[in-house]
Design a binder for this molecule. Structure first.
Ligand code: TPP
Length: 343
């Protein structure tokens, strides 16, 4: 199949959608917990940054459904992940803990991603097969093709999933990777979290098409547009893409349309280039967590009381992670050059 399949989310009003996907009520509650946890951890790191304790924040807010829904469709510790800097929800869903993420945000020696050397948001975890990225945008995309090629050569059925933003698709790395993956029918899923902005550059100034997914057709495999604020829709698309990859049919490009609720990062002031009123409206109309909460309530899966308890649980998990990381030692200054030069 080479034509672009622009599937859109099924009606959000249908409260039995999860059953058709084979998801239990317990599965949905786990997904909701990861959505809440991603948001709460993110909000806490902004506070720590304002207090001068965390150097930098680059936020997942507005992207959480795309992240949790896609990662939930994968096999933790088996499939290979190359996340990008916003993917708090991806790595939490695959199994990183709030403590591990907070160790990275506060640059502590025990940070599993890099021992406190990388900027926050450069997630890495050997056991969970999360491969840490480099800061230059899009470099993880061809690297993912290398990982997927290795799985193919070894006849392993692991899928490689690589994440990036819409701006990354303007880089040569993206196009070279897509071309290579198409030719070799690699077991790779390209997930673009399209929030319509690359820092201050709107989508229409970096591509002359409406849907990034259209780009897949030129490389000989399907591109799918999905409502990235709908956790079930993203789960479904990713599951289908993973099954396709495991059958040996090759790559899929999934474009999850999301909103970026925060400025690009803690170093950015988005009031200079976009309408804050629109962003404030999204917090009511497009927040993926509010949307999934409504689904759960409408389906009779979540009560107000349970929701309150889940929020309390998440707050205590984030408190615990913050205390743990604050008490954890910083890297030794004399270790700064370790892993930099061959020893
Ligand atoms: C090669 C390169 N150019 C510029 C930058 C600075 N930079 C960091 S993130 C970013 C925007 C990327 O936008 P997008 O891919 O849409 O992802 P988003 O941040 O919107 O999720 C830029 C330009 C960089 N890191 N690497």
């Amino acid at each position: 199949m080479t034509s672009t399949d622009k599937s859109t989310a099924a009606s959000a009003a249908d409260t039995s959608r999860h059953m058709a996907l084979g998801l239990s009520e317990q599965n949905l509650k786990e997904m909701y917990h990861k959505l809440l946890l991603s948001r709460a951890l993110d909000e806490r790191t902004w506070m720590l940054q304002h207090q001068g304790k965390a150097p930098f924040v680059i936020s997942c807010q507005g992207h959480e459904a795309a992240q949790v829904g896609s990662a939930y469709a994968l096999r933790a510790g088996r499939d290979w992940l190359l996340p990008y800097y916003r993917d708090v929800g991806v790595v939490l869903t695959i199994g990183m803990t709030p403590r591990e993420l907070m160790l990275a945000s506060l640059a502590r020696a025990a940070d599993p991603s890099s021992g406190g050397r990388q900027m926050p948001g450069h997630f890495g975890h050997a056991r969970l097969r999360i491969i840490s990225g480099s800061s230059p945008v899009a470099t993880q995309i061809p690297q993912a093709c290398g990982v997927a090629l290795a799985s193919k050569i070894r006849h392993e059925d692991d899928v490689t999933v690589v994440y990036f933003g819409d701006g990354a698709t303007s880089k040569g790395d993206f196009h070279e990777a897509m071309n290579f993956a198409g030719i070799h029918r690699l077991p790779v899923i390209f997930i673009c979290e399209n929030n319509g902005w690359a820092i201050s550059v709107p989508q229409h100034k970096q591509m002359a098409i409406r849907d990034v997914a259209d780009r897949a057709e030129g490389y000989g495999f399907p591109g799918v547009v999905v409502d990235g604020g709908d956790v079930l829709a993203v789960y479904q698309s990713t599951k289908q893409a993973a099954e396709r990859a495991r059958r040996g049919e090759g790559p899929t490009l999934i474009e999850a349309k999301v909103v970026r609720i925060t400025p690009h990062s803690s170093d950015d002031d988005d009031r200079a280039y976009r309408d804050r009123a629109e962003v404030e409206t999204w917090k009511v109309t497009k927040d993926p967590i509010i949307r999934f909460r409504k689904y759960l309530m409408d389906a009779g899966i979540l009560t107000e009381e349970e929701d309150k308890r889940l929020h309390e649980r998440v707050t205590s998990e984030v408190d615990d992670a913050t205390d743990f990381a604050e008490k954890s030692p910083l890297p030794r200054p004399e270790s700064a050059l370790e892993h930099v030069f061959a020893e």
